[in-house]
Design a protein around this ligand. Structure first.
Ligand SMILES: C[S@@+](CC[C@H](N)C(=O)[O-])C[C@H]1O[C@@H](n2cnc3c(N)ncnc32)[C@H](O)[C@@H]1O
Length: 145
């Protein structure tokens, strides 16, 4: 596809579906967060979208790195200390600022989901929630072998 393809959208806008509530107020790395419980407070008008969500054990949470300013195309990765491009890393400083975390779903109360392992800080806008489906993940893994 050419760089100037007519199909390439110039801008995409999202309205958050909710936000995160937890005890982390600054965007700094804390290993302990993966053991902590966060709330995801969904917009009331979207609550029907949670139908049967309590049947799921794990969810993917897509969120926006609202406290990141700018991005770095090359940086040092935290997990192995190597230099890499942003698309080869989990850096919160990304061109579109989208975070993706797999969490454990503990319970659902109305429009609030209680999840464990969410590494987004308090107030982080949530963009989407998707189920982790073991069978589907396995199939996708097979398809990429
Ligand atoms: C390395 S990122 C990984 C996030 C996600 N697991 C991913 O792979 O996209 C985690 C870091 O993002 C930071 N962070 C969380 N919420 C943020 C926000 N709203 N704005 C900016 N940084 C945030 C955290 O403090 C943590 O240091």
């Amino acid at each position: 596809m050419s760089e100037n393809s007519e199909n390439a959208p110039e801008k995409v806008e999202f309205t958050p579906i909710g936000y995160v509530e937890n005890d982390y107020f600054k965007p700094e790395y804390k290993e302990e967060v993966y053991e902590k419980v966060s709330k995801i407070v969904l917009r009331e008008d979207l609550v029907d979208g949670l139908y049967r969500v309590e049947e799921l054990e794990k969810l993917y949470i897509l969120f926006y790195f609202s406290k990141s300013e700018g991005y770095k195309l090359i940086h040092r990765r935290r997990y192995d200390g190597e230099m890499s491009g942003v698309f080869a890393s989990r850096s919160p400083y990304r061109p579109n600022g989208i975070g993706l975390t797999l969490v454990e779903l503990l319970k659902v109360e109305g429009n609030v989901l209680y999840v464990k392992g969410l590494d987004a800080i308090n107030g982080t806008p949530v963009l989407d929630i998707k189920p982790y489906m073991k069978d589907l993940e396995e199939k996708e893994k097979e398809n990429t072998k």
